[in-house]
Design a protein around this ligand. Structure first.
Ligand SMILES: [Mn+2]
Length: 338
């Protein structure tokens, strides 16, 4: 992606009086933060805007502007000629609402994302894997076009950057990320206040769920890089855990990354049994080991180099056997080549 791409994306937004925004399934702070900020900027510039998402939004981000206007679309979306359809933080056209295959030929799409494996499915693709988050990229697009940025928009963008960069701790955090965060502070974003809103919002039910997951942590694999008990960590949750604690799906946010706090762990797998019986797996990795995305791709998933996900057909018992085996096998291949 080059600087002119920022202007192209901004121009397309300027030339379109009506926008329809899409966030991805199982929304996170980044997809919601970028949508919220774009909604706010567009509204101040007199655009007609709507916002759709395929699955219910997590309750933790209710503080973001315009979240209450987001509508859930489970069926096929009728993509027509006229509005500009904007996909946010979606690596491909199936990450958000259905219906892309049956779009009208004249429908126009803008794809704003930072996933390395983005399929560039849109009319205009503004994809930058060097951005910590879609929100970081969104800020640059809005700055490039001179869009008016309110305090609410700054808070939304800061939230997206904060959540996708693990509070400026992941390797996707660049000097530019910090500079842009400083710009957002000058526009009114307050880090301490936003940290309260983003992080200090757990429920006792959610904490009980974390307790169950934490009590099952297993370390295994080779003892490289100073690890005494194995470089791999694994933990899991079943549907029964959600029922017994009263926690909701969004309460798992932050759990996979928390496994990386274990001393010596280079790669973590977190397994969550879905209502369908399939098992969602989140991978996290550090340097000096194959990446999270490498192993996710072997299971037909994808994501970022060090934070990725995939779905295993299940049942959970089978996943708990297969995933450690897959990691050991991948490690044998990787260490033979290094
Ligand atoms: Mn993102």
């Amino acid at each position: 992606m080059t600087e002119p791409d920022l202007f192209k994306a901004s121009s397309l937004l300027k030339d379109s009086p009506e926008w329809v925004l899409f966030t991805h399934q199982k929304a996170d702070g980044d997809t919601m933060g970028s949508a919220s900020a774009l909604f706010e900027a567009g509204m101040l510039a007199g655009r007609r805007i709507s916002w759709f998402t395929p699955t219910p939004l997590p309750s933790g981000y209710r503080f973001l502007a315009h979240v209450e206007e987001c509508q859930i679309c489970e069926g096929a979306f009728p993509f027509k000629e006229g509005p500009l359809y904007v996909f946010l933080d979606c690596a491909n056209e199936t990450r958000s609402v259905k219906g892309f295959e049956t779009r009208e030929p004249g429908a126009r799409f803008l794809n704003i994302d930072h996933h390395e494996d983005n399929t560039c499915f849109a009319t205009l693709n503004c994809v930058d894997p060097s951005s910590s988050s879609t929100s970081e990229l969104m800020f640059r697009i809005l700055q490039a076009g001179g869009w008016e940025l309110s305090k609410a928009a700054a808070e939304s963008l800061y939230t997206g950057i904060w959540t996708d960069s693990g509070g400026f701790s992941f390797s996707n955090t660049s000097a530019r990320t910090h500079r842009l965060a400083a710009d957002l502070m000058e526009l009114g974003a307050e880090p301490a206040w936003l940290d309260d809103l983003i992080n200090q919002n757990r429920t006792p039910e959610g904490m009980a769920l974390w307790g169950r997951a934490m009590s099952r942590i297993r370390l295994f694999g080779p003892r490289d890089c100073g690890s005494e008990r194995g470089i791999f960590a694994l933990a899991w949750l079943s549907q029964e855990d959600f029922a017994a604690t009263g926690a909701e799906a969004g309460d798992t946010e932050g759990l996979p990354s928390s496994l990386m706090r274990l001393k010596g762990v280079r790669l973590a797998a977190f397994l969550t049994e879905q209502e369908s019986g399939e098992v969602r797996i989140s991978f996290r990795s550090r340097e000096r080991i194959f990446g999270a995305a490498d192993v996710a791709r072997e299971l037909g998933g994808g994501g970022h180099p060090r934070a990725a996900g995939a779905t295993h057909p299940g049942p959970l018992d089978a996943s708990l056997m297969d995933i450690p085996r897959l990691l050991e096998k991948r490690y044998a291949e990787w260490s033979a080549a290094h």
